[in-house]
Design a protein around this ligand. Structure first.
Ligand SMILES: O=C(O)CCC(=O)C(=O)O
Ligand SMILES: [Fe+2]
Length: 276
């Protein structure tokens, strides 16, 4: 009897990864591999230093003293937040490029680390911050700070297939993926803030289960593989964001902090666009 091989993230050295999967991003898209995880891609001490800096500069706030407001704080523009106001989106993106020029002073630059890691996964393509045809740049990446009660229910991300925003240049790609670098974990309680990935591409039928709140039942019935990605500060993971995924709500006062970006790629396109 052949045992079906488990749906397991690829980890380890880049060399080994490329030997096994010469085109790792394609292995994500095909579902062969749920995620690629680079442990300690970024110096964990620098994560801690930069979290303090976000707090000091008032860009995010530290563990709450009181209150229980559900909140997800962004440092940087998120296309999905500002999509109806392109002027604001691209102005904020320009400000973010300025901010990121000095925000990391004294530390390694995590955005650079992110882009370099992605470039290693696609040696035959050029990885760059997304831009409109007129040259306006999208945000290079975004910090997301998840306070108590915040997370993401089961969903998928695709500007082309979900939002259908064809007036944005980033909709031109066949596939949308995402990368997330952990800066700080929430307190380790239950499933707090640790993402789940499902071997389940979005379809209208799947959407019905999500909308009705019966997705977890559907997953159990169908025996759909799911994995949880456990990250430590400095770890970076990439995944196919057109598969259903979720981040269980954060429990406790310590926020989960990540640096994240989406990226688009097509087999016949030599550019990979990255945006927040
Ligand atoms: O923060 C994460 O681990 C995943 C967030 C998410 O849903 C995404 O980046 O599309
Ligand atoms: Fe997502």
């Amino acid at each position: 009897m052949t045992v079906p091989h488990a749906w397991t993230p690829a980890e380890g050295s880049l060399q080994d990864l490329l030997k096994k999967y010469p085109k790792p991003l394609n292995a994500l898209v095909s579902g062969e591999v749920p995620a690629i995880v680079f442990r300690k891609a970024f110096n964990p001490d620098h994560c801690a230093g930069l979290v303090e800096r976000l707090y000091e500069r008032g860009l995010a706030y530290g563990p709450r003293q009181s209150g229980d407001g559900k909140e997800l704080v962004y440092v940087g523009p998120a296309l999905v937040k500002y999509s109806t106001d392109p002027e604001k989106l691209f102005a904020y993106a320009a400000d973010t490029h300025e901010l990121f020029k000095t925000l990391f002073d004294g530390y390694d630059d995590p955005v650079k680390t992110f882009y370099e890691a992605l470039s290693c996964l696609a040696p035959d393509k050029r990885v760059m911050t997304a831009r409109e045809s007129g040259g306006r740049l999208y945000g290079p990446a975004v910090f997301r700070v998840y306070y108590a009660g915040t997370g993401h229910g089961p969903h998928f991300d695709s500007i082309a297939k979900r939002q259908k925003w064809f007036h944005y240049e980033v909709s031109r790609f066949q596939h949308q993926l995402a990368g997330v670098m952990c800066f700080q974990n929430s307190e380790q309680e239950g499933e707090s803030g640790e993402p789940f990935l499902y071997n389940c591409p979005w379809t209208p039928a799947v959407q019905e289960y999500i909308t009705e709140g019966t997705f977890s039942q559907y997953v159990a019935e169908q025996g759909i593989p799911r994995i949880q990605i456990q990250l430590e500060p400095g770890d970076l993971y990439f995944f196919f964001s057109e598969n259903i995924h979720e981040v269980p709500p954060v429990i406790g006062e310590k926020p989960r902090i990540v640096l994240a970006a989406f990226f688009g790629m097509s087999p016949d396109d030599e550019e990979i666009f990255v945006w927040a």
